[in-house]
Ligand binder design. Structure first.
Ligand code: HEM
Length: 379
């Protein structure tokens, strides 16, 4: 089947095997009328329930061809396309809880704007948002159609703040998926958390999961937090770096993805951070990305990475490619990301080839029961 069920204890699009295409929209609410917002969330839920079944907004052909004197309920471009494993995942930004909607007492303590971090040069027009919609599908037109129609439904209540398209998932999130490559040419996702590892998902990804701290906000139980970072790769300088340098800063071989502590072994061999090479130097460099990001050096902290490659064409100032990784990570406390990124930004050999240009954090509420609306846990 190419359909992902909408309802469940967690929203679809988190542990769902990563689809190929992403359309990510950060959205602001332009009214202070909380009931208008709740109404949009309700209408969004109905529309998404249709679209994930491959059915137009408004239901069947009727969604495309209603009264001649009215705009059709559905914009039409996904009609007769497959459902393409579409998932749409909703998030709430910290700014949603600033008092405009009377939600200030419902803000989870861990939901705050991210602090300034090393290695970033943020563009304010690519940061923040009251709401997020993460649409993933195996067909780019299906993902775009979903976001376009939701924005259309929300017109007058919500407005697009920024948007990012992504392609070529850069993470595997299920054991059956082979590891894809990011735009640096390296396999990305080898040591990622997998859908099958429910113990780690409970401890590190889902709010109130087994072994995780108790949430301060009951409505977030079963939810998660999403950190989005638009990380530009300075591909021109990366492409001039030698193979040895590239492998040293990642800590893995380029072709097979095996850790440099066992370069002829399997991609999935455990990192041996104590291993040394013939010259007695650490086999995995002290500044290697995998060493600094690994749970072994971060108090066990794990993240569910679900990023996509992106390109926005040419940087008009330099004529260079504007391309990189739209990093998406789920965790039951955004501070897990912050602590790892502090170390990466300060010490990671990769940092020289990267620039974080966009940033946002969202509370991702739990999934819905059949017939329940997205806003039900919050409003
Ligand atoms: C691992 C690339 C940014 C966290 C990896 C791996 C690659 C990679 C090639 C090894 C394969 C794997 O296990 O997935 C990149 C690139 C980045 C980037 C190109 C930026 C453009 C980040 C950021 C974080 C992060 C911002 C979190 C703050 C991790 C973690 C691992 C990892 C947790 C697994 C380490 C382990 O347990 O072995 N990354 N990464 N990465 N990365 Fe990144």
């Amino acid at each position: 089947s190419d359909r992902v069920p909408f309802d469940g204890p967690h929203q679809a699009g988190i542990v769902t095997p990563a689809q190929d295409q992403l359309v990510f929209a950060a959205i602001d609410v332009t009214t202070t009328d909380a009931s208008a917002l709740a109404d949009v969330l309700s209408r969004w839920t109905t529309a998404v329930r249709s679209m994930v079944e491959g059915v137009p907004v408004g239901g069947g052909e009727g969604g495309l061809a209603g009264a001649v004197g009215q705009p059709p309920a559905d914009t039409g471009e996904a009609y007769e396309l497959p459902a393409a494993n579409l998932t749409v995942t909703l998030g709430y930004g910290p700014s949603l809880f600033d008092g405009r909607f009377g939600l200030q007492d419902k803000r989870p303590a861990v939901l705050e704007e991210l602090p300034a971090l090393p290695g970033e040069q943020l563009d304010p027009s690519r940061c923040g948002g009251d709401l997020a919609l993460q649409a993933c599908a195996d067909d780019p037109q299906v993902a775009f159609h979903a976001v376009r129609n939701l924005l259309r439904i929300g017109r007058g209540v919500v407005a697009l703040r920024w948007m990012q398209l992504g392609f070529g998932r850069t993470s595997s999130t299920a054991e059956a998926q082979t590891t894809p490559r990011n735009l640096m040419g390296f396999k990305d996702g080898t040591a990622n958390l997998r859908a099958e590892d429910s113990a780690s998902l409970g401890r590190w990804v889902f709010v109130g999961g087994a072994g995780a701290p108790e949430p301060d906000q009951e409505w977030m139980r079963g939810g998660s937090y999403l950190v989005a970072r638009r990380i530009r790769m300075l591909v021109e300088s990366w492409d001039r770096a030698s193979l040895g340098e590239q492998e040293r800063v990642v800590g893995r071989t380029k072709v097979s993805g095996a850790p440099l502590s066992a370069p002829h072994g399997s991609e999935f061999a455990a990192l041996d951070l104590a291993a040394t090479d013939a010259a007695g130097k650490p086999a995995i460099d002290l500044a290697a990305h995998v060493r600094l990001a690994a749970p072994e050096t971060n108090g066990g902290q794990r993240l569910l990475r679900r990023g996509y490659s992106y390109t926005d064409g040419m940087d008009p100032v330099t004529g260079q490619l504007d391309a990189g990784l739209f990093f998406l990570a789920y965790a039951n406390d955004p501070d897990g990301f912050v602590r790892i990124q502090r170390r990466l930004g300060a010490h990671d050999g990769l940092t020289e080839y990267l620039k974080h240009t966009g940033s946002a954090v969202f509370a991702v509420p739990p999934g819905t029961a059949p017939g329940e609306d997205w806003g039900a846990s919050l409003f």
